[in-house]
Design a protein around this ligand. Structure first.
Ligand SMILES: Cc1cc2nc3c(=O)[nH]c(=O)nc-3n(C[C@H](O)[C@H](O)[C@H](O)COP(=O)(O)OP(=O)(O)OC[C@H]3O[C@@H](n4cnc5c(N)ncnc54)[C@H](O)[C@@H]3O)c2cc1C
Length: 380
């Protein structure tokens, strides 16, 4: 659908990324997924475009400007390779750099951001714990002050990029119960007392490493506190807005990949003497799939416009994330149905996407939690 907010600059950005994904990512996506990793050169090649640098000053390696449309175009285009794990493998950064850029000291920004934004090093966001991810205010990893240090004890799990990152933005309890007792810290991977265990054998996102992180008396200097003590929950919630609209854009890209492949198949495949595309039952499926894609795209665009206006439309973002993952579930299912048995074979964009529907419905705030949040934000 034509985007009423399109500009030449945004169109050029999208074209550049779309060309790069089509030529340099999609042909390798299956092999990388099967291998369980992407080559590190991909981090650096994407870093050279500046894809993680929105809203971050140039002196720290950022782009020096922000644009929600361009952020989302990146998430959408990389998802078109039809392997969410490829995007996840490199995008742990996109959910962890903002707290460093917004809340870190200049010394910390200078030491971390240029390496991470260029793709030379990785960074991850560590919020979820073995005891639960939805109830962020109830996290139990603790940090206690000891002179010029904070000492962190606890565990985080399901951390994207977890085995490979050099830097972690970690939520930990520095005060009493509830959201006001939470602070954010930067933890470096080579520090004493920190270890990580890979979580293998996921249903999807194979190309992305996921880990459990262990903090056993990890001592970080007080400068590694990101923002004010006890203000971490708010920072986490603000950060979630970008993660969630990015994931919605990712659903959109994956849906477009499924749609393209099912149309191509329906044109090619003949049954009972005619191509599938001529069958009304198939045409209706394609029209319904296309309607979900259009609706998700319209939501993403409208929310990007609001975000560029300086608003934080948390309810709209939460609703869009649910709409995006539910639409993806529908589109991936119908796409596989159109392909028949061939769609069930491992390795195509549709089959991979079908395996990855659930992570979009759970990660970054589950559908249930998103609906609750939206209702609360709407004053219900
Ligand atoms: C592949 C993958 C990558 C991830 N990457 C990261 C990462 O990089 N960093 C990070 O911090 N986390 C990450 N996560 C964790 C993710 O954010 C959590 O899985 C998610 O927030 C849900 O938490 P949980 O799995 O602990 O489920 P729980 O919180 O235990 O919830 C279980 C189920 O109950 C539902 N539920 C919970 N509370 C309610 C309620 N009040 N009412 C109704 N239903 C409810 C949930 O919706 C869910 O369906 C990742 C997860 C996956 C699968």
């Amino acid at each position: 659908m034509r985007n009423p907010f399109e500009t030449e600059e945004r169109a050029a950005w999208r074209r550049t990324l779309a060309d790069f994904v089509a030529a340099e990512i999609t042909p390798h996506a299956d092999a990388w997924d099967e291998a369980g990793e992407v080559p590190w050169s991909l981090h650096e090649r994407l870093g050279a475009f500046g894809v993680w640098g929105f809203g971050i000053e140039e002196r720290w390696g950022g782009l020096g400007f922000d644009d929600a449309f361009m952020r989302c175009a990146y998430q959408e285009e990389i998802a078109r390779c039809g392997a969410g794990g490829v995007g996840a493998a490199v995008n742990g950064r996109s959910i962890s750099v903002a707290p460093i850029a917004l809340l870190g000291t200049d010394e910390l920004r200078a030491r971390v951001l240029p390496d991470v934004l260029s793709g030379r090093k990785g960074s991850s966001l560590a919020i979820t714990e073995p005891g639960g991810g939805s109830d962020v205010a109830n996290m139990s990893t603790r940090a206690r002050r000891d002179g010029n240090h904070w000492v962190i004890d606890g565990e985080k799990t399901f951390i994207t990029g977890g085995t490979k990152s050099s830097f972690y933005v970690v939520g930990a309890r520095t005060g009493g119960e509830g959201m006001k007792g939470i602070s954010l810290f930067l933890v470096e991977a080579d520090i004493t007392g920190f270890s990580r265990t890979a979580l293998s054998r996921k249903q999807g996102w194979w190309a992305s490493d996921t880990a459990t992180l262990h903090f056993d008396g990890v001592r970080v200097p007080t400068e590694n506190l990101l923002g004010e003590e006890g203000r971490g929950f708010l920072a986490i919630m603000r950060n979630f807005n970008y993660e969630r609209i990015g994931m919605t854009a990712g659903c959109l890209g994956a849906m477009k990949a499924c749609f393209e492949d099912s149309v191509a198949w329906a044109r090619e495949r003949k049954t009972f003497g005619a191509p599938l595309i001529e069958r009304q039952a198939i045409r209706h499926k394609l029209a319904d799939m296309s309607a979900r894609i259009d609706a998700t795209e319209a939501l993403v665009n409208q929310i990007c416009w609001l975000m560029n206006e300086g608003e934080t439309p948390a309810a709209e973002i939460a609703k869009a994330k649910v709409f995006g993952s539910k639409s993806l579930e529908f589109v991936a299912s119908e796409a596989m149905q159109i392909m028949g048995g061939a769609g069930y074979l491992r390795g195509g964009r549709i089959e991979r996407t079908w395996r990855e529907v659930k992570v979009m419905a759970i990660g970054g705030g589950s559908e249930e939690v998103m609906r609750d949040l939206a209702a609360r934000q709407m004053g219900l």
